[in-house]
Design a protein around this ligand. Sequence first.
Ligand code: HEC
Length: 173
Amino acid sequence: MPRRSISIASPNTRIATAVAALSIFVFAGLAEAESHAGEHDGDSIRIKYRQSVMSIIGTNMGAIGDIMKNRLALPGAVANHAGQMAESAALIAPAFRKDISEGQTDAKPGIWQDWAKFESSIAKFETAARNLQTAAEGNDSAAVGQAMRALGKSCGNCHKPFRKPKEESFKNK
Ligand code: HEC
C-alpha cells in the first residue's frame, strides 16, 4: 500500500490562515465603506435609502395595478397593499429631511424650500392610500377604481413639483 503523504500544515492551521485572510478582506471592505461615507457625508447612502422608500411605494402600487388590470382573485390583497402604502407615508419625511439635491437623485431643491408643501403632499398621499384601503375592504368596485385613480393623482401631486421629470432624470445620464 502506498504511504499517504503527510501535509505540513495541519487542517487547523489551514483553517486559521483562511479565517485570518477573510478577516483582512472584511475589514478592508468596512474601511472602504466608511471612507466612502465620509467623503460624501453619507449623502449617497441617504439618497439610496429614500429611493428605496419610494420603490416600496411604487412596488405596492404596481402590485395593485396587476391585480386590478388582470382581475386576479386575491381576496384582501388590494386592501393589504393600500394599507402598506399608507404605513409607508410615515417613512417619507424622515427619509427626505436632509437637504440633498446633488448626486444620483431626482429630488428637486424645492422640497427644502417649501417643506410644508412637501409634508402636505405626504398627508394627501396617506389619506388617498387609506381611502383605497377602505374602499377595497368594501365590495364596490366603482369606489375602488375611483380611489385608485385618486391615489395615482396623489403621486403626481408630489412628483410634479418635487421630482425631476424623466427627461432630466439622473438615470439618463
Ligand atoms: C411627498 C412626495 C412624494 C409622494 C407623495 C410620492 N413620491 Fe415618489 N418620489 C418622490 C421624490 C422626491 C422622488 C425622487 C427621489 C430621489 O431620486 O432622490 C420620488 C421617486 C419615486 C420613484 C423612483 C425611485 C427610485 O428608485 O429612483 C418611484 C418608483 C416613486 N417615486 C413612486 C411613487 C408612487 C407610485 C407614489 C404614489 C403612490 C409616490 N411615489 C408618491 C416624492 C414623492
